[in-house]
Design a protein around this ligand. Structure first.
Ligand code: PEP
Ligand code: MN
Length: 340
């Protein structure tokens, strides 16, 4: 791939001519129109691209080859941060987005009670799994479509957009009917058929990092979604597997800074799965804010001891409310905010 950076005053006609030149040569084009600059990504299939020819086209400032394996996800392709709206709140901007709710949707009353509580505490988006990727086939697998219906009802009652996991390509249309944001779980980060399907859907996507994945592999997975013209992708660091056993995973706080450096996509932290124990969630959450995360996804359950999944890492609503206030102060110290 190479990136064609247009001059600031390049005309529409000049931009169109560059696109036509690339398409005529058999390449795919990805347009990124920033406030100051238009960048045209020319994506090949391995065949050589004629850089000098591109450089001579009118309106072209310069041509830069992208050497990294991820292209559209890279800062080289798009230097400015990606921002988009999730309901009434913007992600990727000054304000941090808070997503909260139970690990699993367990019942109508459990979900509605939690939804109202997290909204009251300051959450912007409701999370809840209807299709659960469980390590054991004998563990609770989720309520399926019934769970999606409860999520939709909770959105109606609270006004919060909902995020839920989709586990297989065939289920993408169904989940899109009910959910505002699709979650790709850690176990599915390299399920390429699924990445293609959520890319096609054009729904916003939260892409969790695989539990033993390199940051580069994570960004390559984002590239799959972006390559379908679905630019509304959020990266989610949820902890990786290490030799440590006192926590469920090891929170890779480095990954937040690295992902933000390499990519323009918003980065969301998941301190719940990253630690696996409610006692440590608050510290990891505040550290995420300090590290520059654009938002958080946190598991909250009104009765964690009775939870059908991830009770040990779930915060009670009261503690979650307190955490939101603490995160707000950390955000403000760094010239960011958590809007009410
Ligand atoms: C979840 O969000 O409940 C979940 C299953 O997360 P992960 O895919 O990160 O394990
Ligand atoms: Mn969970």
């Amino acid at each position: 791939m190479m990136i064609v950076i247009m001059k600031a005053h390049a005309t529409m006609r000049e931009k169109s001519a560059v696109i036509a030149w690339a398409e005529d040569a058999g390449f795919k084009v990805h347009l990124s129109e920033g406030d100051e600059q238009t960048i045209i990504g020319v994506i090949g299939d391995g065949r050589p691209l004629n850089r000098e020819q591109a450089e001579r086209l009118p309106g072209v400032e310069r041509v830069v080859p992208v050497l990294k394996p991820f292209k559209i996800a890279s800062r080289e392709f798009k230097p400015e941060k990606t921002t988009f709206m999730l309901g009434e709140h913007e992600v990727g901007g000054k304000g941090l987005i808070i997503m909260a709710g139970p690990c699993s949707v367990e019942s109508r009353s459990q979900l509605l009670e939690t939804a109202h509580a997290v909204k009251e505490a300051g959450a912007h988006i409701l999370r809840g799994g209807a299709f659960k990727p469980r390590s054991s086939p004998y563990s609770f697998q989720g309520l399926g479509e019934e769970g999606l219906k409860y999520l939709a009802e909770a959105r109606e009652q609270t006004g919060m957009p909902v995020i839920t996991e989709v586990m297989e390509p065939a289920m993408v249309p169904l989940v899109c009917e009910y959910a505002d944001i699709l979650q790709i779980g850690a176990r599915n980060m390299q399920n390429y058929a699924l990445l293609h399907a959520v890319g096609e859907s054009q729904h916003p996507v939260l892409l969790k990092r695989g539990m033993s994945s390199l940051i580069e592999e994570w960004l390559m997975s984002a590239e799959y979604i972006l390559s379908h013209g679905n630019g509304r992708v959020m990266l989610c660091e949820r902890g990786i597997r290490t030799f440590e056993t006192y926590t469920r995973n090891t929170f890779d706080i480095n990954a937040i800074a690295v992902a933000k450096h390499l990519s323009h996509l918003p980065v969301i932290a998941d301190p719940s799965h990253a630690t696996g124990k409610w006692e440590y969630v608050s510290a990891a959450a505040k550290a995420s804010v300090a590290a520059g995360a654009d938002g958080l996804i946190i598991e909250v359950h009104p009765h964690p001891t009775e939870a059908l999944s991830d009770g040990a890492q779930s915060l009670k609503p009261k503690r979650f409310a307190q955490l939101v206030q603490e995160m707000k102060r950390v955000a403000q110290a760094l010239d960011r905010d958590i809007e009410s």
